[in-house]
Design a protein around this ligand. Structure first.
Ligand code: ACK
Length: 372
């Protein structure tokens, strides 16, 4: 992104509750259908005071009777995040009448996962000199390392804002026209600060709890995260391990989420989840770090599915017992170490996002120096 693009996004990013006039949106083509709704490529006029200007945007809509029946919470999270070059920016909302819509910046090159998989056949079939779009170009280790750095920067920012993403995976990273990665899909995210306020926990002590390495933190974490689960998954029970297992009967149907076997609503991204998330339903910045390790693995394997030979049920049982994704042969050593540390059983011994970002940045500098 140029500085000018950044300034434009900052001006456009939505910070108020203000409703966008939906008559200013023209849906152009369906980009894809997610679990709860659709994403459209669209044109939007007069976004956030840019009168007379038209911008290409992505519009997310929601099915009326989906379990996540509103995009309000997702909009709140995105509003709080504002504008960062590695996070998809919210540009406007239509939440007063249905169908609800989120207007987001448009990331032209689509999902990172698709790009990684497309690059596989390019690596195998096409010689490096064949001209073509980026999606048919083999991806160099330097380019892959750049993706890892972008995602670490985005996640560092998200964690600074005290948001837990809960669904970080290569399918939820988009690429813009410059090939810059942008983290998206905050439908499962939690705002830790907001949760503290709601549960009348003093923010000062909550900050201490959240940032300290004590058991209290986990207790605190699990309590509000379970509440969040109940709100979102519409059940009055604290989910048991059995309940999770039930949700995984038909896994791998779409987007890496397990599905409820009866009504097929999406449950949890089992293969990206840390042991404490699988066992005790604790979701924290550290469980996001675990998922980041899986994303590094996805990047290194050009979009393989973690534990592809196991069912979701087996993953739930074996990851807490020490099972980890098989380390890819073709990756650079620095990334092995980093991903392995992201998968430390003890969540407090995993690196922070800012440490991971610095480490990746150091590796990339070293590669650049070695190459020159
Ligand atoms: O790989 P894709 O083109 O990238 O297909 C999926 C589809 O919508 C369903 O999620 C695309 N998509 C989602 N959000 C955006 C966005 N902000 N910009 C561009 N494409 C998007 C995603």
């Amino acid at each position: 992104k140029t500085n000018e693009d950044m300034r434009y996004d900052e001006q456009c990013s939505v910070t108020s509750e203000q409703e966008f006039d939906r008559s200013n949106i023209r849906l152009k083509s369906l980009l894809g259908e997610g679990n709860f709704g659709q994403v459209w490529k669209a044109e939007a006029d007069n976004l956030s005071g840019h009168f007379g200007a038209t911008r290409i945007v992505a519009v997310k809509t929601i099915r009326k009777f989906s379990p996540q029946s509103s995009l309000k919470e997702e909009a709140d999270i995105m509003r709080k995040l504002g504008s960062h070059q590695n996070v998809v920016t919210l540009l406007g909302v239509c939440l007063e009448i249905e169908p609800h819509m989120l207007i987001m910046e448009y990331a032209m090159r689509g999902r990172l996962l698709s790009l990684l998989r497309a690059a596989r056949s390019a690596v195998n079939i096409l010689p490096a000199s064949v001209p073509g779009g980026r999606s048919s170009t083999p991806l160099s280790p330097r380019t892959l390392g750049g993706f890892a750095l972008d995602i670490a920067c985005g996640m560092e920012y998200i964690a600074e804002k005290r948001i837990v993403h809960r669904d970080l995976a290569a399918r939820n990273v988009l690429l813009d026209h410059n090939g810059v990665c942008k983290i998206c899909d905050f439908g499962m995210s939690i705002d830790l600060e907001g949760e503290c306020k709601q549960q009348e926990v003093d923010l000062k002590s909550a900050n201490k709890i959240i940032s300290s390495n004590t058991k209290r933190k986990l207790d605190f974490g699990s309590r509000f995260i379970i509440n969040h689960w109940n709100n979102n998954f519409n059940t009055n029970q604290i989910p048991t391990k059995d309940a999770i297992e039930k949700r995984t009967h038909s896994h791998d149907h779409s987007h890496g989420h397990a599905h409820d076997s009866i009504n097929r609503r999406p449950a949890l991204p089992i293969r990206w989840m840390a042991p404490e998330a699988l066992q005790y339903h604790i979701f924290t910045h550290e469980t996001d770090v675990w998922a980041f390790g899986i994303v590094l693995w996805e990047i290194s394997t050009l979009g393989s599915t973690p534990y592809a030979n196991l069912t979701g049920r087996e993953v739930i049982r074996r990851v807490p017992n020490g099972l980890r994704p098989e380390l890819p042969k073709e990756s650079r050593l620095e990334f092995y170490n980093l991903m392995t540390r992201c998968w430390h059983k003890d969540s407090h011994l995993r690196p922070s996002f800012s440490y991971a970002r610095q480490e990746i940045s150091r590796s990339l500098h070293k590669w650049d120096e070695d190459d020159s």
